[in-house]
Design a protein around this ligand. Sequence first.
Ligand code: 13P
Length: 220
Amino acid sequence: MKKLFIVANWKSNKATFEAKNWLDEFKINDLEIENKEIVICPSFNLLSLVSSEIRNQKLEVKIGAQDISPFDEGAYTGEINGKQIEEFADYVIIGHSERRQYCKEDNETLNRKVVMAIKYNLLPIFCVQNQNTPVPPNVKIVAYEPVSAIGTGNPDTPDNAEQVARTIRAINKEIISVLYGGSVTSENINSFTKMPNIDGVLVGTSSLDSMEFLKIINNA
Ligand code: 13P
């Protein structure tokens, strides 16, 4: 049975009290989650809180950051570097289309981010917009997120996502897991995760509600 990644990308949402409420309602340990790796990716300011809540409540959940500095520690005002993230997280999302679009991140910057992630033992979840997006060396997990499907309620078809996932693997031999992201809900999750080349999902909007995210995990 394949291992499924169910990753929540909270994006730029939730103040501290909202994150705490979400975690208090998130009764993940009541679910059967064998073969499922659950990852929550909060904003940087919430990493410490989410980490201590997961520890205190003994939740079977991993943490991912949503971004990482392309620089190491040092005189880079405003940046959050790999050494700082490593204290809290096991994963980091790199190359999300929103960062490519709004923060003008280019392939060279993204390569440097992957290098930093690996230096600090963080597993990159590298986002690609289609099968032609370049993937830096040493990336093992890729998330295929077509821009037209993000936040629109208009997901890709499972057949097309499967075909793109298969092509991504054929082009990039190092990749072990391909996830799908874009308007995933508890209703459509299984149509993606049942595909042989899709190893999980990256969920935005539907992960903001803890009950809906529990349903997603349950239905995957
Ligand atoms: P939505 O689930 O809101 O479409 O967002 C997908 C996404 O961008 C996850 O990284």
